[in-house]
Design a protein. Structure first.
Length: 281
């Protein structure tokens, strides 16, 4: 993935978080930290993907690292809850609003973990801040005595999205396979190997896990039902696109119809809706 494409995708998704109707639920405009439950925190802002913080007696594990210009403030907020060193960083995918702090964290000797696909995407644009531990389908690590199962279930937002399952907490971290929000927020990055056709099957595999709680990629904590609703919406949109394309409707009309029916955040596509139409034919 080219550098400008990686950050264009990140900027688009972040921009969607920062804008929207007054009735929708959005992250705070400025960085803020809040406790999810004992030993688990979220650092959120409207500018980029969230950071999930896991703490233990030995140190800290971060899930994602936001944009470079948010690094210092993110660490300041982290230090309000723990002074222990950052030992690990898990990147849920390669986009710059989830990996922008990697280089600084590498300088703190944190070990970066991601899927092999995500590492390859990052390595195409940078030589520092790359994951040093990667996997193809599954990796289990232990942090603070708890198992964390890292899964790659298939393509969706990109070709390198991972999901973290914390079985003892009955919790998953979904990355941007489920960015969260109501209305839903969904970006298909074909330039990064994403697939709207395969997204539904990927979410079906996620839902085979045993969990009640979901931490989305860009929003506050929600529940399993919200992810189930997101899957239903993906399938409904797939069907709408197919039907309208078979009826000979223009791509712009299809995009407008999806937006009208499901909201302005329901389907943003890089490089454009034509990629979804071609894939669903």
């Amino acid at each position: 993935m080219k550098t400008h494409d990686k950050f264009a995708a990140a900027a688009l998704l972040a921009g969607l978080c920062a804008a929207g109707p007054a009735t929708a639920q959005f992250p705070p405009p400025e960085l803020a930290i809040h406790e999810v439950r004992d030993g688990i925190y979220q650092i959120l802002s409207a500018a980029s993907g969230g950071i999930t913080v896991l703490t233990s007696d030995d140190g800290v594990l971060l899930v994602d690292s936001k944009l470079p210009n948010e690094f210092d403030r993110s660490v300041e907020l982290l230090r309000t809850v723990t002074d222990l060193p950052i030992l690990f960083v898990i990147n849920t995918h390669m986009h710059g609003d989830h990996t922008g702090g990697n280089i600084r964290l590498e300088g703190l000797d944190a070990k970066i973990i991601a899927t092999e696909n995500a590492r390859q995407g990052l390595a195409a644009t940078q030589s520092m801040g790359l994951p040093v531990l990667t996997f193809d389908d599954h990796m289990r690590i232990y942090f603070g005595g708890q198992p964390l199962d890292l899964h790659w279930f298939g393509r969706g937002h990109t070709d390198g999205d991972l999901v973290i399952h914390m079985p003892e907490e009955r919790l998953i971290l979904a990355g941007d396979l489920f960015a969260g929000g109501d209305p839903s927020l969904r970006l298909v990055d074909y330039n990064g190997g994403g697939s709207f056709l395969e997204w539904s099957a990927t979410l079906e595999r996620v839902l085979e896990l045993d969990f009640d709680t979901v931490i989305p990629g860009h929003r506050e904590v929600t529940d399993r039902a919200a992810l189930e609703d997101a899957l239903d919406e993906v399938i409904d949109i797939q069907n709408m696109v197919r039907e309208m394309n078979r009826a000979g409707r223009a791509p712009a009309d299809i995009q407008a119809a999806v937006t009208m029916e499901y909201g302005q955040f329901a389907l943003f596509v890089l490089p454009g809706i034509q990629a979804v139409i071609a894939e669903l034919e």
